[in-house]
Design a protein around this ligand. Structure first.
Ligand SMILES: NC(=O)c1ccc[n+]([C@@H]2O[C@H](COP(=O)([O-])OP(=O)(O)OC[C@H]3O[C@@H](n4cnc5c(N)ncnc54)[C@H](OP(=O)(O)O)[C@@H]3O)[C@@H](O)[C@H]2O)c1
Length: 263
């Protein structure tokens, strides 16, 4: 029997140093075709070239924004790019954060937060679930999960501490991250009956990315000490674990934090 490579899609790549890119790298190595969705065509192309040169199969689907119409169109493009590949894994990793006292937050920031963290998550989930519901269970001749996993697909949302805890500067961010968490829980309950696995991941700490490195530039020990910050590659391994769970023991929510995080 010829093998059909399953398809993995991730939205939110940033500059290629965070969770989205690390997850794409791991799933490419694990036998998935990788569809990359992001607003930054240059970083997207750089990551796709890297994955293809490493023996993977990646393609880019740039969008100008995370409106539902742009997300729908990116999914239409990726399906026509790989018409015979079943979409098996979808990761919604995009996030807009604003950390400000409540009285300083603008209406635009609130809207951006809701549009990126909630509305876009709804659109991404809809596009992924429409694909999953068309599929039979994943079979052993696909490169992803074992053939007895009784699974049509896995949808993962990247959350944050703010998904479960509001704080002094997080009114807009937290309200919208709570929203994604509620969405993911509702979807997990609605779609598990169809053997579609929906999971939410609380990232409870700072992820090591170019942006957070620059925020710790006065303390080089922060980057060097793996016990104090989350490595995006470690998060990616947890996502692969979620995907490989069989249907008798599915996780809806994981929380991930470095060993020395105070919580
Ligand atoms: N960094 C952390 O310490 C941390 C901690 C906990 C949770 N998280 C969560 O982890 C996920 C990924 O964050 P990251 O740190 O890896 O990446 P990042 O550098 O914080 O970039 C944010 C991501 O969100 C996307 N995004 C969409 N709309 C945006 C907007 N209006 N403004 C800014 N970014 C926007 C970007 O997508 P494009 O690819 O289109 O640019 C980018 O991939 C997010 O959901 C975030 O909330 C991060």
């Amino acid at each position: 029997m010829s093998s059909v490579r399953p398809l993995f899609v991730v939205a939110g790549i940033g500059n290629g140093t965070g969770t989205g890119a690390a997850t794409a790298r791991l799933f490419a190595k694990s036998g998935y075709r990788v569809a990359l969705i992001s607003r930054g065509p240059d970083y997207l192309n750089k990551l796709a070239t890297e994955l293809n040169q490493a023996g993977g199969e990646a393609a880019t689907f740039p969008l100008k924004d995370y409106t539902p119409a742009s997300i729908k169109s990116a999914f239409t493009s990726l399906k026509s790019h790989w018409p015979s590949s079943p979409l098996r894994v979808a990761v919604f990793n995009a996030g807009y954060g604003v950390w400000k006292p409540f009285l300083d937050i603008t209406e635009d920031e609130i809207r951006e937060s809701i549009d990126t963290n909630i509305l876009a998550a709804f659109a991404f989930a809809r596009a992924a679930l429409l694909e999953f519901t068309k599929l039979e269970f994943e079979t052993a001749n696909e490169g992803g999960v074992a053939g007895d996993a009784r699974k049509r697909g896995t949808l993962i949302f990247t959350g944050a501490t703010a998904s479960i805890r509001g704080n002094t500067l997080t009114s807009a961010f937290s309200a919208s991250k709570f929203g994604i968490r509620a969405l993911s829980q509702s979807l997990a309950k609605e779609f598990s009956k169809q053997n579609i696995h929906v999971a939410h991941s609380i990232i409870d700490g700072t992820i090591l990315t170019d942006r957070t490195k620059s925020q710790h530039s006065d303390d080089p020990s922060w980057e060097a000490n793996q016990d104090v910050r989350l490595d995006p590659n470690s998060i990616a391994r947890s996502y692969l674990h979620l995907v490989r769970q069989d249907s008798s023991a599915w996780t809806w929510e994981i929380d991930l934090r470095p060993a020395h995080e105070k919580w």
